[in-house]
Design a protein around this ligand. Structure first.
Ligand SMILES: Nc1ncnc2c1ncn2[C@@H]1O[C@H](COP(=O)(O)OP(=O)(O)OP(=O)(O)O)[C@@H](O)[C@H]1O
Length: 202
């Protein structure tokens, strides 16, 4: 079976070569010390940083797909989301009220200026914005870093539900190992430019 994601000899700024496969519907956790290159690795997969090696989505190489289209299918949730319009709602084309409620958000906040949103509200809205494109691969960079335990659980459940319903693969970067082992079916660690098994496969 062709993996959803294939990373083949990826090298970027002293990280790598890294190779890994992630099958459709699988979440892989990615840990590692601060500055070890986790964000760089996600940005390379999202075609946002020049890099060596090759990345494939369902067998199609990154270089064969126009970058904006690649980024619709390979969705990166950065640790700090970017907003370019005045209100949150202008960033959405078809807000899904059910998903808002599942993340503890009121769709009414779509009329608010982005500057009024808390960091945790922005983080959850950025996730909902990404899901509008029905991506086949989610790259989540510390997606619950600004959230309390209840909202962390909500995000974990929404991502698992999306993955199970659509077959999307997920790479989840985080510093809390117990969370990574909860949300992912395997956890790998980047350290010293290398990627290795963090144990805890199940
Ligand atoms: N464009 C670049 N050119 C050279 N080095 C870079 C570039 N971007 C980031 N780096 C360096 O690469 C290293 C890895 O950064 P990265 O943001 O990927 O770390 P991280 O593992 O995500 O860290 P954290 O857990 O603190 O978020 C850092 O030392 C950073 O300064």
């Amino acid at each position: 079976m062709t993996p959803r994601l294939r990373v083949d000899g990826l090298c970027i700024h002293g990280v790598g070569p890294v190779s890994m496969d992630v099958d459709a519907g699988i979440c892989v956790g990615l840990s590692g010390p601060s500055g070890s290159g986790k964000t760089l690795f996600l940005r390379a997969i999202a075609d946002m940083e020049p890099h060596g090696g090759a990345v494939y989505l369902d067998g199609t190489e990154q270089r064969q797909i126009h970058a904006p289209e690649w980024r619709r299918q390979v969705a990166l949730l950065p640790a700090e989301s970017l907003w370019w319009f005045d209100t949150a709602g202008e960033h959405f084309s078809r807000p899904d009220a059910d998903r808002f409620h599942r993340l503890g958000l009121d769709p009414g906040m779509l009329t608010w200026p982005v500057s009024r949103l808390s960091s945790g509200e922005r983080q959850r809205l950025a996730l909902l914005r990404l899901l509008e494109n029905d991506p086949g691969l989610l790259l989540l960079d510390e997606p619950t870093a600004n959230l309390d335990p209840d909202n962390t659980t909500r995000v974990e459940k929404l991502v698992a539900g999306y993955r199970e319903a659509t077959g999307a693969a997920v790479l989840w970067v985080g510093h809390r190992r117990e969370q990574l082992h909860r949300v992912a079916s395997r956890v790998v660690c980047i350290s010293g430019g290398r990627i290795g098994n963090d144990g805890g496969d199940r």
